[in-house]
Design a protein around this ligand. Sequence first.
Ligand code: IMP
Ligand code: MG
Length: 169
Amino acid sequence: MKIKEYISKEKIEKKIEELAIQISNDYKGKDINIICVLKGSAIFTVELALKIKENVKLDFIEVSSYSGTKSTGKIKLNKDITSSITGKDVLIVEDIIDTGITLSYLKDYLLKKNPKSLKICTLVDKKEKRKENVDVDYVGFTIEDKFIVGFGLDYNEDYRNLPYIGVME
Ligand code: IMP
Ligand code: MG
């Protein structure tokens, strides 16, 4: 399998810096309860959290819906968060939004726990493929319908540690 660079390491770094500034300004004086959606957004979450100026609390949730390059459309909750988010300002951090099925599931699921606020940040948005309408508050890159890997994103669990985002050819 050949992988062609699509978004460089430098571009990703600069974009994360911009997102962190925006988030820090929007949450001035507040604790930000980040929920990292495993496994894909692990690397993005770390890089983003390190650049945010306000206090960050971290929790992790894991859901799966993909097999190879296709979404199965059925969401499975593999790991739940372990802290209480009731009355808290929550920010879901995702690697990529494709059909939107995962995020709309996660949003509904987390809203039931009554957070004070719930926002969404994604590194990549594949707008064209949207099936479920979800409002995204912070978007890094909007891309065409391509299957990408790297910077946390995988193809059957491989390529997550590429420092850039690449396209599979
Ligand atoms: P959705 O439910 O269709 O929005 O899919 C979201 C999830 O599918 C993401 O959190 C990723 O784990 C995975 N995914 C979607 N597109 C890609 C891609 O291009 N590369 C790697 N994973 C992807
Ligand atoms: Mg993901």
